[in-house]
Ligand binder design. Structure first.
Ligand code: PMP
Length: 325
């Protein structure tokens, strides 16, 4: 594995010059909101996270359209009118990357209810949209992709179905993720695995999870407790094309301790191996062969070094309306 090595860890978020706000480009320092904005009090935001890679053909965002589809859907679940199509929002992402002259990094679109009303019903609070882009290295530390991380099972559960909508990537959902992270880090772990309300494995604080047992790949089903991860979907598609049997099925907690390999998936985490859970080594305690194979394939495609047979890379220097000849 070499792709991760090429990218150094940088502080998060690194300041850039320009920010996109509701279709305009404004200076970073002008991207403010008022303390009485609805979102500050009630967590009424939806957001996305997209990585763009410096491929041999120029910077390209990984599955930008799918992220924008999820962004629009998250807003729809919360009855937020974005007033823009996902194509226009995709162009906004490209524009802010271009204006900042970035080759590789992370894009963070966010929409929230601003200043207007402070009742739980947002009333006339406007929906504000921002897109920020900045350079970013590895989420779980510089060595995570190569060596794996040590994680725990959280004492905090993921939200039950029909409580916080798990298919929406909404700011409010992340209070639970924060509790999971605080607890994990206080106890010396890099990350936490959350169980669902049924006690079955759900997902990490900001990642989906996969297990490998005797050559078969397992991941929890979309049961209303976890985000429909775009990296998760990519790994399921890659597994199918590589002839790896994959099952979306319920995973009891104790299965974490006895399988051969475990890894996290997510835009930020990419494909991060898990080397121990609750101080029990997974497999040999190193990075297993299936994890390595899928990681190499995923990062190979994302960085443009392996053929993009799914059309996942969306060039930054091209607007949504243009076609590639
Ligand atoms: N679960 C949660 C809770 C997340 O925040 C993320 C990151 N967006 C994921 C899973 C992985 O999703 P994706 O692969 O689309 O980044």
């Amino acid at each position: 594995m070499s792709k991760g090595e090429a990218r150094k860890a940088v502080p998060f978020p690194e300041r850039t010059e320009w920010v996109w706000r509701d279709g305009e480009i404004i200076p970073w320092d002008d991207a403010h909101l008022h303390v009485m904005s609805h979102v500050v009090h009630y967590g009424s935001s939806v957001f996305e996270g997209i990585r763009f890679y410096n491929t041999p053909a120029g910077p390209a965002a990984f599955r930008l359209s799918d992220h924008m589809r999820r962004f629009v859907n998250s807003a729809r679940i919360y009855r937020m009118d974005l007033g823009m199509s996902k194509e226009e929002l995709s162009d906004g992402c490209r524009e802010v990357v271009n204006r900042n002259g970035l080759q590789e990094g992370y894009i963070r679109p966010v929409a929230f209810r601003g200043l207007g009303a402070l009742g739980l019903h947002p009333g006339k609070s406007p929906v504000e949209k921002y897109i920020v882009a900045y350079p970013w290295g590895q989420y779980l530390g510089a060595e995570a992709l190569q060596e794996g991380v040590d994680v725990c099972v959280s004492s905090w559960n993921r939200p039950a179905p029909n409580t916080l909508p798990s298919l929406a990537k909404a700011g409010g959902n992340y209070v639970i993720s924060q509790l999971m992270r605080f607890e994990a880090e206080a106890n010396g772990y890099a990350e936490a695995i959350g169980l669902g309300p049924d006690g079955l494995v759900s997902e990490g604080s900001g990642q989906n999870i996969f297990l490998v047992d005797r050559g078969v790949l397992y991941t929890p089903p979309l049961n209303g407790t976890l985000l429909h991860g775009i990296t998760r979907d990519s790994i399921l598609k890659l597994a199918a094309s590589l002839g790896i049997q994959a099952r979306e099925q319920s995973i009891p907690r104790e299965m974490l301790y006895v399988v051969d390999e475990i890894f996290f998936t997510g835009t930020a985490s990419e494909l991060t191996p898990v080397r121990s859970v609750d101080r029990i080594d997974i497999g040999g305690g190193g990075v297993g062969p299936m994890t390595q194979k899928l990681q190499a394939e995923y990062l190979g495609i994302a960085t443009g070094e392996r053929p993009d047979r799914y059309g996942w890379l969306e060039p930054i220097h091209q607007t949504a309306g243009e076609t590639v000849l």
